[in-house]
Design a protein around this ligand. Structure first.
Ligand code: MLT
Length: 265
């Protein structure tokens, strides 16, 4: 389904009933990455899977996509659908950066957070320089050259070896990301604020999920969030890289299900 908001057409899917559960995908990905979660969780939650601007079937307007802008798009989506807060946010990587922005803007509209394969820290000067280089590559060579860089580190070594179909499926989806979308997201991630000062202000139940083999975001980043967010729960998934919800879908779904059930108590 599509909705027009904030000057662009946003694609989203909306399944199930129960507490609103908003899934926020990562860079170059799309709402389709949450298919196993839609199937497993829409009996206990209203599962919303938007394609963030610049990604999937949503439009890719030009300009930088700050994490605030991405959060605002999602907030507008919930408003457009008449969904009453509070919502549970589940953000993966860039979707986690967006979850922090959402919480900063609307702390009283968030019931709980699931921070997956993400980090609170901002980009180091070296990381910013890599973003600029990736922007140049996207503009001068094209999306597939950027996808090559990211996809080579996206999964666990076991996934590359045992599930090449998953890797190829995602290569195809990622390569369809328009240049304006890639550049907008890279600029937004490069300039995102440091969310570490926010951690001790997060007062909602928080589940942190990280793949043991994540090659894009070191596990120490997840540990730092766990220490910073008082009372948070941290789970490390074996044989999973940067896409634990796909690489260890059953385990991931069980953890999220238990977490949602505990919220009701
Ligand atoms: C993502 O998966 O969203 C990105 O790898 C995050 C990043 O590049 O910092």
């Amino acid at each position: 389904m599509f909705v027009r908001l904030n000057g662009f057409n946003m694609h989203y899917e909306d399944h199930g009933t129960g507490i609103p559960l908003l899934f926020l995908h990562g860079f170059l990905l799309s709402g389709a990455m949450w298919e196993p979660q839609v199937a497993a969780l829409s009996d206990i939650a209203r599962v919303l899977t938007p394609d963030l601007r610049g990604h999937g079937a949503s439009d890719a307007p030009p300009g930088a996509y700050s994490m605030d802008l991405l959060a605002e798009d999602c907030h507008s989506l919930l408003n457009a659908l008449g969904i009453q807060p509070p919502v549970v946010l589940c953000g993966l990587s860039m979707g986690g950066y967006t979850s922090f922005a959402y919480y900063r803007r609307y702390p009283h509209e968030v019931a709980a957070m699931i921070l997956t394969a993400t980090r609170a820290s901002d980009d180091s000067p070296e990381a910013k320089a890599k973003r600029d280089e990736a922007i140049r590559i996207a503009e001068q060579v094209g999306p597939s050259a950027v996808v090559d860089i990211w996809l080579s580190k996206m999964m666990s070594p076991k996934t590359y070896a045992n599930n090449p179909a998953l890797v190829e499926r995602w290569r195809e989806i990622m390569e369809r990301t328009p240049v304006t979308g890639i550049v907008g997201a890279l600029m937004g991630m490069r300039d995102r604020p440091d969310s570490r000062p926010l951690l001790n202000q997060i007062k909602v139940p928080t589940l942190i999920i990280h793949g043991a083999d994540d090659q894009l975001i070191p596990i120490q980043e997840a540990e730092a969030m766990h220490i910073g967010i008082v009372g948070s729960q941290m789970e490390v998934l074996p044989d999973a890289g940067h896409m634990p919800n796909l690489e260890q879908a059953e385990l991931f779904n069980r953890l999220v299900r238990d977490f949602l059930r505990a919220l009701k108590k």
